[in-house]
Design a binder for this molecule. Sequence first.
Ligand SMILES: Cc1cc2nc3c(=O)[nH]c(=O)nc-3n(C[C@H](O)[C@H](O)[C@H](O)COP(=O)(O)OP(=O)(O)OC[C@H]3O[C@@H](n4cnc5c(N)ncnc54)[C@H](O)[C@@H]3O)c2cc1C
Length: 430
Amino acid sequence: MSRIVILGAGLGGVIMAYEIKDKIGPKDEVVVVNKGTSYSFVPSNPWVAVGWREAKEITVDLTKIFAQRGITLRPEGARRLMPDQNAIELNDGSTVDYDYLVLATGPDLAFDEIEGLGPSGFTYSVCQTDHAVTAKAGFDALVKAPGPVIIGAAQGASCFGPAYEFAFILENALRKAKVRDRVPMTFVTPEPYVGHLGLDGVGDTKGLLESALRERHIKWITNARITKVEAGQMAVEEVNDDGSLKASHALPFSYSMILPAFRGVPAVAGIEGLTNPRGFILIDKHQQNPKYPNVFGIGVCVAIPPTGKTPLPVGVPKTGFMIESMVTATAENIAALMKGEEPHAVATWNAICLADFGDDGIAFVAQPQIPPRNVNWSSQGAWVHTAKVAFERYFLHKIKQGVSETFYENAALSLLGIKKLKEVHSDAAP
Ligand SMILES: Cc1cc2nc3c(=O)[nH]c(=O)nc-3n(C[C@H](O)[C@H](O)[C@H](O)COP(=O)(O)OP(=O)(O)OC[C@H]3O[C@@H](n4cnc5c(N)ncnc54)[C@H](O)[C@@H]3O)c2cc1C
């Protein structure tokens, strides 16, 4: 009998629990350690922040669903991982032992790296659903007293799609509230060009996103480093391609939403051989940590090197489908280890993303995620908004039913020619 522990019940952790449960024997145990009992569909947070969704519509209580699936839920949260003892200390002082561990903690949000940034400072966030609820109160205040808006991402961020998405959704919501004419908008980003997205662009994301910003009268500053935020004012340094200072801006704002840089969570940060200096989990092509081979990493918490050199730090995003592919590979590899075999499954890490604008949107497929690519496609249209709503419903249904995959999803993915696992085994050439 083996015990598989999953740390984190977010997008990656929940489907990891379902997928591994289907692969192991009835006597093997799956335990999920999370902070609390609920799952929140993070991609819908921007809609919560403008009142298009209630937090409860995108939140699922996992207690009953996990119990029905025979998965143990430990909602105490982890204080510290002790990989040399194959154990996790929880916040109540108890410990959970494991034979195999999957780290799926998502990011720690590094608001503290910039003075005045974040919900305890002067800017809003949509990274967590409770942040989005607070941002909605800010939106209501903005509608009552319109003024300048700054949306964007901080240097070192690795999640740019949701920043663009939120700029367009907010723009749309302000138009519907008939106050857009009194809200000058600026998009601030460390990316070297609009549409870089941490991926050096996908298809023509540069052209599509520049044009969408222009059409909606949203100004932008790229190569932008935020140095300080005060009440109503943001200090931004714009740098040249060699990193030298090009211009300093003091931008006034009535409302601002800035995505912070990410780093690894405190429960794992600083463990020699497990994490990189930012606290992200070191993994090989099998999602396995080289020092602790019974520890795997999936989702936003894993270390991925940047696509190339940029004047300011710009991280690579970890998108939903890519995370699902990491889950599938990890489930295969843990099942292989349990049978005494070598891990062999390699996730595709393809990026498929739908960025919603409220009534329009941009979709892109990067296959593989890092260029040069076999598929490098982007497109714009109202269908993206419809697809995103359908995906939200479908994903939440999947979580509530306790299934990680269905026939429909497999069929759709095959039609698109996109697979979750690379068809390679051990070191065979792809
Ligand atoms: C605003 C936003 C919108 C996004 N939109 C999209 C999109 O449209 N499409 C897309 O493909 N991707 C999107 N992403 C990217 C990505 O898909 C999501 O961030 C996704 O939620 C990441 O999944 P995860 O499992 O890695 O982490 P998360 O979903 O963040 O889950 C991590 C879990 O670990 C838990 N945890 C953390 N520390 C501990 C601890 N010490 N003990 C116990 N539990 C812990 C957390 O409470 C959380 O439940 C978006 C990201 C953001 C921030």
